[in-house]
Design a binder for this molecule. Structure first.
Ligand code: SAM
Length: 321
């Protein structure tokens, strides 16, 4: 049985497009029309994106899309869409160019298709190879009702965290003092400040990310205040104490910054922590957090990373002084 989202027929096209942009649709199954409703097949374990909340989610046998099984393509099957840019994941592809052309033909807003050859270095920038279309890595992207200028070649950005950013913003209270330790082009900070009247110190060591963050702050209506700061978080954070919340979105190496974050947090303050872990690694982290006086309030998988690894999101509360 496959999870499907049941949507009224007249809203189906719009919802399908939005869910495809979020890479939430299971393309191996057909979209099914049933009476006044349309059933959209969802990827397994995918958390329901915000735009789909309020709609009915149900189990259905599903109708395999036979066009796909007749002509199998050796492809990891996934690509991200950021505005007018599609980024294909590395996999066993028979013909990346053919696939890129298919993406451009089926999605009229896509102007460039790149192959992602990996996220590298301190700035976590993507090594991209143009496969089809315009050789431009700049685009405009919409998420949670906000607009972002993104240059996928010079600063990190992932649309897969859209729901996560919304959940964190929703759980934030007015008046919080927050550090966004690895803020990138600012999506966590801007989403929070668009919903809550907070004071946010947004750090990043990549000058291109800080420039885009400033542009993105100016482009959106926000109620809170955001103070972008260029430099190494592990030093800058030492100037701040008694913070209410610290966002640690550096999934490859967040753990090496945890002591610094802990020292800057007030008792009762929260850390939104992201890390790539396997099951054993997760157990070890839980133990370490307990020993430090960090209590786990929530934990979820943001998305899979490889066969045994997942990107985890955890909310931790400082219980000790
Ligand atoms: N939070 C952002 C988002 O949701 O798009 C971006 C997260 S990205 C995974 C990590 C960011 O941390 C990159 O923009 C990188 O430049 C920055 N970074 C890495 N090490 C850093 C450090 N020591 N101090 C400040 N920023 C750092």
């Amino acid at each position: 049985m496959i999870d499907h989202l049941s949507v009224p027929r007249k809203e189906a096209q719009n919802m399908l497009k939005k869910l495809r942009d979020l890479d939430a649709v299971d393309c191996n199954y057909k979209v099914i029309a049933e009476g006044d409703s349309v059933l959209i097949p969802l990827k397994v374990q995918q958390e329901l994106p915000r735009i789909a909340m309020g709609y009915f989610r149900l189990k259905h046998d599903g109708r395999p899309d036979l066009r796909r099984s007749v002509k199998p393509v050796k492809f990891s099957g996934s690509y991200d869409v950021i505005g007018s840019i599609a980024i294909m994941k590395r996999g066993e592809m028979d013909d990346p160019e053919k696939l890129a052309r298919n993406i451009m033909e089926s999605r009229k807003n896509i102007r460039s298709v790149f192959l992602d050859k990996g996220v590298k270095g301190e700035f976590r920038t993507r090594d991209l190879e143009l496969i089809c279309g315009e050789n431009s890595t700049k685009t405009m992207y919409r998420e949670n009702g906000l607009r972002f200028a993104v240059d996928v070649g010079s600063a990190y950005f992932s649309p897969r965290l859209a729901t996560e950013r919304y959940i964190v913003a929703k759980g934030t209270e007015d008046g919080e003092r927050i550090i966004d330790m690895f803020a990138g082009i600012g999506p966590f900070s801007i989403t929070i400040a668009s919903m809550k009247k907070c004071e946010i110190y947004a750090f990043d060591s990549n000058p291109a990310a800080i420039n885009m963050m400033n542009e993105n702050i100016a482009m959106n209506r926000i109620y809170g205040q955001i103070f972008p700061q260029l430099g190494d978080s592990s030093h800058m954070i030492e100037n701040y104490r008694g913070m209410d919340r610290i966002i640690m979105n550096l999934p490859h190496s967040s753990f090496s910054f945890i002591e610094k974050a802990y020292a800057s947090l007030r008792r009762g303050g929260k850390i939104n922590y992201y890390e790539i872990l396997d099951d054993a690694g997760l157990e070890k982290r839980m133990e370490r957090f307990r020993d430090m006086g960090l209590e786990l309030r929530s934990k979820r998988i943001v998305h899979g990373y490889s066969k045994f690894l997942n990107v985890y999101s955890m909310e931790l509360v400082k219980t000790a002084v």
